[in-house]
Design a protein around this ligand. Sequence first.
Ligand code: MN
Length: 498
Amino acid sequence: MMPLKTIDDQKSLNDLLEKVKSYRPQADLELIKKAYSFARQAHGGQLRFNGNPFFKHPLKTAKTLVELRVDEKAIAAALLHDVCEDTQTSLKVIQKMFGKEVAFLVEGVTKLTDLKFQLGKEDYLVENLRRMILAMAKDIRVLLIKLADRLNNLETLEALPLEKQKTIAQETLEIYAPLAQRLGMGGMKGVLEDLAFPYVYPKEHTWVKLYSRPRYREMEDYLKRVKRVVNKALDKAGVEAEIHARGKHLFSLYKKLLVKDKNLDKIYDLVAMRVIVKTVEECYTVLGIIHKMWKPLLAMVKDYIALPKPNGYRSLHTTVFCLDGRIVEFQIRTRQMHAEAENGIAAHWYYSEQKAKGKSEKELKAGFKVPLDAFSWVKRLSSWQKEIGDNSEFLEDLKIDAFSDRIFVLTPKGEVVDLPDNSTPVDFAYAIHTEIGDSCVGAKVNGKLVELSHHLQNQDIVEILTSKQQKKPKHDWLKFVVTTHAKGAVRKALKESD
Ligand code: MN
């Protein structure tokens, strides 16, 4: 057996347990201990391709999940996630030792891993995406483990052959990072992208790094001054706040530079100031204080608290002419909003579980509401898939639907509907209800009649006009609708009339 001196088991395990206890006092720590020693033994002297003991990998995966504050079952499953694939252990044994739920999670992750490079590239991506969406519709923890697993694989990517590096990094940019984004996991998305960036675009990575570094340094001192001024003003108003400057992730900076003529001067959020306070009221107080000191660029004041982004993101954003007339972005949010912005669905999951504790089934159904927008999106996708069947057209649509930029528009009653960019009133109608889509004959946007092929904009108020005479969608709608649901419905109706 290989010496395993690079892992201090006692310390690693204690660290895990301490952290879990801190956010989850009722956790079954025995389960984690058992999973730790079982996985440790099962992987034995196995080495990873970089020469490290293999167990470092599941351990790091589990640590990432602890940061996301998931429950002990998911952490146990993370420790065990490569046991079935890479050792002699069967799923049956896992189930016997750790129970059905842990076994289900391990199986879910293993199934996603199975898929490796079996299909042609495009098919592979779409199939992979489909599997992930189905897996997470069943249990979001499967996907959280998979994302944490991928994160550590990227951290150790250097040791792999060049071709493989590129494939894994590319797949991360095409599937994993957008999924993390769609689930509101801003922190995970940023880290995944930045890790994959140099493997997929080595030259561009070097360029943007060298180009932005001096500017970041120079901003540092300036923002310290800004921070002092803001701190003083908030003190005076009696608002307790935590303020820090946050640099943009390198890959998202690169993408932004591409649309801004590669000119750093045109990027206002290179570094954003984050102000974190206790209550929603204080968020607005802080906004007022900042606007009183510095004039905002009006078009850039955004209230994502009143109107959260489709992935659940909440915050106040404002961009102001700050000290010395320089343009600076502020993001103002509560602590919970901050956790949700970084960890998205994982945070929702955590908070909803906390809130659900001690409530009866009936209470939960009656009044228990969590902003699980991202989650409902997942459920919707998987239910449409059942409706429409397992065909490649659907999967292509799915990819567009899932990964394009999103807008949110409103019904006349103020309900928010989440749609991909370039959606039309017909997409909106189908998002409300299939029957409304089928019988839709016209639409008003912000009170004015528009064509059915009209492109909706963020925050439009959309009213659909229907007719009882029309029971089927028109086939030429296919030329302009963009959502999976609308396309599927039109195609289905056309097939039936054949
Ligand atoms: Mn793994």
